[in-house]
Design a binder for this molecule. Sequence first.
Ligand code: BEZ
Length: 211
Amino acid sequence: MSLRLGDIAPDFTADSTEGKINFHSYLGDSWGILFSHPADYTPVCTTELGAAAKLKEEFGKRNVKMLALSVDGIDSHHAWIKDINETQHTTVNFPIIADEDRKVSELYDMIHPNANEKLTVRSVFIIGTDKKIKLIITYPASTGRNFDELLRVIDSLQLTANYSVATPADWKHGEDVVIAPAIKNEDIPAKFPKGHKEIKPYLRTTPQPNL
Ligand code: BEZ
């Protein structure tokens, strides 16, 4: 059965460009982002890993550890990283799993046979400090991901994990958020002392509470 939000992210041990990794130990007390790319030495993947590397500090600020994966081998990964660093003007600074036996890809259902029998799709799993899956996104091989969007989503996940709020469409860090429907009007002043607006009884907003 495929993985769903709220499931414990399956643990595994795998070879990576930074040595053998046990996933849960690697995550420790951090959040995690596990993302697959279809193959080494492909153009979109080259740009994606470059974009991800440039944002490592931003992921770090959010206490998120990065882990990439493809079904190619370690030697291929190491040689390709040199190309990524050269062409994307960065330094790949997180491990890439060499999933040649597809153990991890299968565990995370990253191979979608009707898209491609052998290569992984562009899967993204965001995992919380409780090791539970908070977000799953799947892109086809032909569409590179937007890593700024992944940071935006992490900002929302981390905020909504700690406050009774949700984030509206296109929300960005610093903007007003939506008060969770479960919160009664009479409880709002104590929970959200910065004030709130009632646009409709079911649509109440408040300034981002953790700023
Ligand atoms: C790419 O990363 O450019 C790519 C990989 C597999 C299929 C199509 C594009």
